[in-house]
Design a protein around this ligand. Structure first.
Ligand SMILES: [Zn+2]
Length: 344
């Protein structure tokens, strides 16, 4: 359901972010506070300016300039665009919201389009998706100590189900395994529910606030037609961005807004480690304004661990071996997110 959007909107004006000021040498990247926040830790000899265009009130950046800023090589094809270094890669496709970062699928707010023959990318995708991944100095959270695991549904709300299993049971079983994995890695861990009980959405985020969680991970299983399978990780849709399954742009802040950059890095790391650990189909890192994400007082992700409507995934979601792989993958993603944080 990867809807292509934002096909070639008409650009109003070509501009630069800041007046061109060449300060020379090492100071070249210090041209503005904005650029200071985006400068790679070890910048290549790139230009310190990022040109942009505004279309329908939305700011888009030239991809070639973004590559320079990150110190990446830029390769432009007729429909696809790659930013690469020896260690990392970003591949984007014209008019497609799906991109690939280091082999992991991610869903952009806006599809790249051509302005005067050059590819541009939404500023919100740059600031709150690419930059947290290519330059973690932009992240807020200093260190993760406490992880709150939220097994979805429970009690009178069974969630979805397959022929064999119910979502509320599978998510609790995986939550207990994830709890053990994270404790072994040295994190403090709590669960929003540790048995089959009713729990409102509000009570879940209240628990995160009361316990002063540094990170929240909500576990779910999905349902669609029988052939659909795979894992996907949701982060909260940032302000000014579009959710993966919506054409509407979000407006207004919410409780979780301070963590928009962190959510992106966390979701990316969890998606990447989960796909590698389970060999499941990579359905990509997505965004939505689910209540449990919106109301979270700390960086948060919602993991859809598989499709119970797919008979083979329904079976394996109930096995100890597969639940262990899910738990280990998510724990590794959280550990990598924590390791990426700037120590302050
Ligand atoms: Zn669910």
């Amino acid at each position: 359901m990867a809807a292509a959007r934002g096909a070639s909107p008409r650009a109003r004006a070509g501009r630069e972010y800041r007046p061109r000021r060449r300060l020379g040498g090492a100071l070249m990247l210090l041209a503005s506070a904005w650029l200071l926040a985006t400068a790679p830790a070890a910048p290549a000899a790139g230009k310190a300016r990022v040109r942009y265009v505004t279309s329908n009130g939305v700011r888009y950046l030239y991809l070639a300039d973004v590559a320079d800023l990150f110190g990446l090589r830029y390769e432009a094809g007729s429909r696809s665009f790659a930013l690469r270094s020896r260690w990392s890669s970003l591949v984007l496709t014209l008019n497609e919201t799906e991109a690939v970062i280091n082999g992991t699928r991610v869903h952009l707010s806006d599809a790249p389009w051509l302005s005067k023959g050059q590819a541009v990318l939404a500023d919100v995708d740059f600031r709150l998706l690419l930059r947290p991944i290519f330059n973690p100095n932009s992240l807020q959270r200093g260190k993760v100590r406490r992880v709150l695991i939220d097994p979805g549904h429970g009690g009178k709300d069974p969630g979805t189900h397959g022929k064999r299993h119910q979502e509320k049971d599978v998510v609790l079983q995986v939550a207990r395994r994830l709890e053990k994995e994270l404790r072994d890695l040295g994190f403090e861990v709590a669960l929003t529910r540790s048995r089959d009980a009713d729990l409102s959405l509000a009570a879940r985020s209240q628990k995160a606030a009361a316990w002063k969680a540094d990170l929240m991970i909500s576990l779910h299983c999905n349902a669609a037609s029988p052939s659909v399978r795979g894992v996907e990780v949701f982060r909260m849709t940032p302000q000014g961005a579009r959710s993966t399954y919506s054409l509407q742009r979000t407006s207004g802040a919410c409780r979780n807004s301070p963590w928009e950059a962190d959510n992106a890095r966390l979701a990316y790391e969890v998606q990447r480690a989960l796909v590698a650990g389970t060999q499941a189909v990579d359905r990509g890192m997505k965004s939505a304004r689910f209540a449990v994400l919106r109301e979270s007082p700390c960086p948060a992700v919602l993991v859809e661990m598989g499709f119970m409507s797919c008979p083979t995934e329904d079976v394996r979601l109930g096995t100890a071996a597969y639940q262990d792989r899910l738990a280990k993958g998510m724990a590794l993603g959280i550990q990598r997110y924590d390791a990426s944080l700037p120590r302050r």
